[in-house]
Design a protein around this ligand. Structure first.
Ligand code: HEM
Length: 188
């Protein structure tokens, strides 16, 4: 048993060494510059993850939870469920808004503003995407707020969630166009 373990450890060490010694070779191939700025990569990951969780959650609420609950529950239980969901979903909304703003601003100001210098179309699309994202954030925060100012909006939650998803779809489509535009300066 001891001998077997020793063989496994030696095997793993050999594989580890091979990977490490191979690293410099692949690290010099075209495209590997993406790892030169780990913070930029982290921010991009956070941006995508926050968008997936927030928009996926809103979609699930709008097209599954709310319509099914409205059909299955009485008015009083439905109101209680909506209140409880709102209280829990609120933290995810706050977190996603903060992450999208921080990571999006970082990605733009530190990375893509430079790599798309001299490309007015890119910057115009960024401006439109940013304004649309602010609308999404406003509606999302209003729907999870417990304050009086957003009572009217909350009373028509399904309508506003639908609108939020429509605007978020535009944001994602614009992001796709921005991503596919060629850069004017190298990344990293
Ligand atoms: C509803 C809110 C938002 C959603 C759903 C969203 C979604 C996305 C998605 C899916 C990408 C593509 C990521 C990739 O392919 O790597 C992206 C990229 C990006 N987003 Fe957002 N985003 C939102 C808000 C924001 C905000 C508030 C900002 C700026 C403050 C921002 C700035 C950016 C930038 C600069 C990129 C990179 C575009 C490129 O690849 O050239 N986003 N966003």
């Amino acid at each position: 048993m001891k001998r077997k373990n020793g063989t496994i450890v030696r095997g793993a060490a050999a594989v580890g060494c091979a990977v490490l010694s191979a690293a410099p070779a692949w690290a010099q191939t075209p495209g590997s510059e993406v790892f030169a700025d780990p913070l930029a990569l982290l921010m991009r990951w956070l941006h995508i993850l926050a968008a997936v969780v927030a928009i996926g959650g809103a979609f699930y609420l709008r097209f599954l939870v709310l319509p099914v609950a409205a059909r299955q529950l009485g008015a009083e239980d439905f109101a209680k469920l909506r209140q409880a969901l709102g209280e829990r979903w609120r933290f995810f909304v706050h977190g996603a808004v903060a992450l999208l703003l921080i990571s999006g601003l970082y990605n733009y100001l530190a990375v893509t503003r430079v790599s798309h210098a001299g490309q007015p179309l890119y910057h115009m699309l960024f401006g439109i995407k940013f304004l649309l994202a602010l609308i999404v954030f406003f509606v999302a925060e209003a729907l999870v707020s417990s304050r009086g100012w957003s009572k009217g909006l909350r009373a028509q939650a399904r309508l506003w969630l639908g609108l939020l998803l429509g605007v978020a779809l535009l944001v994602i489509l614009i992001a796709g166009v921005m991503k596919m535009m060629g850069t004017t300066a190298p990344v990293g």
